[in-house]
Write a new protein. Structure first.
Length: 182
């Protein structure tokens, strides 16, 4: 907010250019912070006494310095707010990255558990299938001898016959071959 202040208007708004040092807001914002009072004095506020009360009065001749000081403060505040915004953004991004890592770890764990469960189920089914096959083979072995004894097959040799399914080849020497040819 920029207002143009002429010479006659200064008399009407004199109260805006002076302040007593004892109100809480002035104490908290201008007197107590280190360097703030010195900054105000450098910008043109001067301590004066009126009716035995201290005041800090602004000298209208120092309006340029006041505007320059306000611009400096505004720039410093903008820089500080940008810095704070960057820090907040970095903090949020760091939290988001940590949350993403935690989520990925959780998903990997759940995927591992699911894979292990499926592998365990496959192994269990394979064991059960092997057990069923072994039981079936064992039952066939128990049934096979009794069925072959009940009805012997004349073309197949019995289970006690050694060499079943093997062919015997006679190896003859060259001398034996000549004798047979005579």
């Amino acid at each position: 907010m920029h207002t143009h202040v002429g010479g006659n208007d200064l008399v009407n708004i004199r109260s805006y250019f002076s302040t007593p040092p004892f109100p809480d807001t002035i104490k908290r914002c201008l007197i107590e912070p280190k360097g703030a009072l010195e900054y105000a004095i450098a910008l043109g506020f001067r301590p004066e006494v009126e009716n035995f009360q201290p005041f800090y009065r602004f000298n209208p001749k120092k309006m340029t310095e006041l505007r320059i000081g306000a611009a400096i403060l505004k720039e410093a505040i903008e820089l500080d707010s940008e810095k704070q915004e960057r820090m907040d953004r970095a903090r949020r991004e760091e939290k988001a990255a940590a949350a993403a890592v935690a989520s990925n770890i959780k998903l990997a764990f759940l995927d591992d558990r699911k894979t292990k469960m499926l592998r365990d189920q496959r192994e269990r089914e394979q064991r059960e299938a092997r057990a069923v096959a072994a039981a079936k083979t064992a039952s066939q072995e128990h049934q096979a001898p009794s069925s072959s004894m009940d009805s012997p097959d004349p073309t197949s040799p019995g289970p006690d016959m050694p060499g079943v399914g093997h062919n015997m080849i006679t190896v003859r020497s060259a001398d034996d071959a000549e004798e047979d040819s005579d």
